[in-house]
Design a protein around this ligand. Structure first.
Ligand code: ADP
Ligand code: ADP
Length: 253
């Protein structure tokens, strides 16, 4: 069975409420359905504003879908209580565009990676957690000596590596990468993408890879979803879609 089943999901934003109490709404995600299988990378591509992040946030339960169901390993996670959502946070993780915005400038990178492990009661004690953090730093291509340094001492690419270490510290199953390399220089992008692929090989992650950048999505994905104005325009095997382009978006290849 799929690890994730997205069924007829919609997200409607209220854009304006009139003095008579009537709501104007806008459907940012419109009747979207797809399955994600364990170990695959499914690319989500489309123009800026087509609803990719909204859909990602709905899967992460950062924002509630207004219709449809999202079934993760047999459970409709749109129906979970807050406490259960917190547990789910360990399983489904996000790597976003700018980890700088989530890294507290006053917390060392080592402690930033250790803290979520502690919250989720992973490992026996802080000594063991610290050992894991050092392993993780090396795993993402950073020196263990970086443990006591602070986010501002690192380049964009290094910060993204720190963000990745922090994300995988919880040993998630499904990782949503939302424009994870979009803010980086092209050469650094390639390094981070290769790291993501390497980690997937090692730990068996499943990725939903969101980007407006077709070249990047093409490099990463097994399956591909092309979105346009909140709807799915094309969905299927990435190689097939690239060789039989239907949408304006994939024509540009
Ligand atoms: P993408 O990730 O593809 O760039 P988004 O999911 O961020 O697109 O946005 C989809 C659409 O929803 C856009 O038109 C955006 O302006 C709109 N939108 C996003 N968030 C909100 C919000 N909180 N309230 C109203 N409209 C929103
Ligand atoms: P070992 O079997 O010696 O733990 P692994 O290669 O499986 O070797 O793991 C190496 C390190 O990565 C260990 O510290 C482990 O805790 C951590 N690790 C294992 N599985 C995952 C995972 N799914 N996500 C992130 N880190 C993991």
């Amino acid at each position: 069975p799929p690890i994730l089943e997205v069924k007829n999901v919609e997200k409607e934003y209220i854009t304006h409420t009139s003095i008579f109490g009537k709501n104007n709404t806008f459907k940012a995600v419109n009747n979207v359905s797809f399955n994600v299988y364990e170990g695959e990378t499914i690319g989500l591509v489309g123009e800026s504003g087509c609803g990719k992040s909204t859909l990602g946030n709905a899967i992460l339960q950062l924002d509630k879908a207004t219709a449809g169901s999202i079934v993760y390993r047999g459970t409709d996670i749109t129906q979970l209580a807050t406490k259960e959502v917190r547990k789910l946070r360990k399983e489904i993780q996000l790597i976003f565009q700018d980890p700088y915005s989530s890294l507290n400038p006053r917390i060392s990178v080592g402690n930033a990676i250790l803290e979520p492990m502690k919250v989720h009661k992973l490992y026996k004690d802080d000594t063991e957690r610290k050992e894991k953090v050092l392993e993780l730093l090396e795993r993402v291509g950073l020196d263990a000596s970086h443990y006591n340094r602070y986010p501002h001492e690192f380049s964009g690419g290094q910060r993204q590596r720190i963000g990745i270490a922090r994300t995988i510290a919880l040993q998630p199953k499904l990782i949503i990468c939302d424009e994870s390399v979009s803010a980086l220089d092209i050469s650094v992008q390639a390094q981070v993408l290769n790291l993501l692929n390497e980690l997937k090989e090692n730990f068996g992650f499943t990725y939903i890879f969101i980007s407006h950048d077709l070249a990047v999505v093409k490099y990463m994905s097994d399956q591909l979803i092309v979105m346009n104005k909140g709807k799915i325009e094309e969905l299927g095997d990435a190689d097939f879609i690239y060789s039989h382009p239907k949408s304006e978006y994939t024509y540009n290849l």
